[in-house]
Write a protein that binds this ligand. Structure first.
Ligand code: SF4
Ligand code: SF4
Length: 289
């Protein structure tokens, strides 16, 4: 069971919800896939047991084998390789390391080298009760999707994994939530929250991932997000109150379920609801995930 926790925009409390679930459900694993700004460790304070360097493949041209035929540039869908009269130029920032250019090169002029891409850390949190994994993208690396793919592979078969996805609806978010058993969308009860929730809902429908919603900082005054969910048949699985004690705990880096242990039951109940929804999810019509 891999449950992704995502949000249409940053600052909704997505990581707080992911961490709270991991601390509430026995033998859970928390994976931070927000590799450009991983911050789950700030709330979980894990003991790190290992670090692993992650590399990505980068093409390298052997000049004296190149006939400047242009096949590599034609084959690159990311426009990351340019054939000039002076030689072949690879634009590292655009390169996704897909290997197509070396495959299509008729003279074997393109080899692949390893380039450092980021790191993965593994450890335990919550007094050893929670598995912890996060990834951190190197500064200057443009595409997070490859590292997210590596981090996702850390989910153990048969385990319960809460996967903290990058915010927004970009390639990084899609790389994190695609193929997960269920996605929990965290929103807040504001017009901005509603707008970005609708974008995230559209992405999940295209991907064919079942989903439900958590409304954070809920005070009952702005009802449009829950009215939208009701009209669209989207389950609202929890409303987290706009609560001073939760906000104070968060500002000190303390997860809500640690500051208010009675909340653990609510998060455990939500996990049970998610499990049932994921098990009974019907295929999403038109999905191409
Ligand atoms: S495909 Fe190979 S030979 Fe052709 S331009 Fe690219 S590197 Fe040179
Ligand atoms: S590895 Fe892929 S993305 Fe990078 S230059 Fe070659 S074809 Fe383009």
């Amino acid at each position: 069971m891999i449950i992704s926790i995502a949000s249409g925009k940053g600052g909704t409390g997505k990581t707080t919800v992911a961490v709270s679930l991991a601390l509430s459900v026995p033998e859970a694993v928390y994976i931070d896939c927000d590799v450009e700004e991983p911050n789950g460790h700030l709330l979980l304070n894990p003991v790190i047991a290992s670090r692993q360097d992650v590399f990505r493949k980068m093409p390298q041209v052997i000049d004296d084998r190149c006939t400047q035929c242009g096949a590599c540039a034609q084959g690159c869908e990311f426009h990351a390789i340019v054939v000039l009269s002076t030689g072949v130029l690879i634009l590292n920032d655009l390169c996704h390391g897909c290997g197509v250019c070396s495959y299509v090169c008729p003279t074997g002029a393109i080899t692949e080298v390893d380039a450092h891409h980021g790191i993965i850390r593994r450890g335990r949190a919550g007094a050893g009760a929670v598995g912890f994994i996060d990834g951190t993208l190197d500064v200057g690396e443009m595409s997070a999707s490859q590292l997210i793919g590596h981090v996702r592979k850390e989910a153990l078969p048969g385990g319960i994994t809460f996967l903290d996805a990058p915010p927004g609806t970009s390639c990084s978010m899609i790389a994190a939530v695609r193929g997960t058993d269920f996605c929990l969308l965290v929103t807040e009860s504001t017009p901005f929250g509603l707008h970005d929730l609708t974008l995230a809902v559209n992405v999940l429908r295209v991907l064919g991932v079942s989903f439900g919603v958590v409304i954070n900082k809920y005070d009952g005054t702005y009802r449009a997000p829950e009215e939208y969910c009701a009209a669209d048949g989207i389950p609202v699985l929890m409303r987290i109150p706009f609560d001073r004690a939760i906000a104070m705990a968060y500002s000190r880096g303390i997860p809500p379920v640690t500051a208010l242990p009675e909340l653990k039951t609510r998060f455990r109940d939500m996990y049970e609801d998610i499990r049932v929804l994921a098990e009974h999810a019907a295929p999403v019509p038109g999905a191409n995930g």
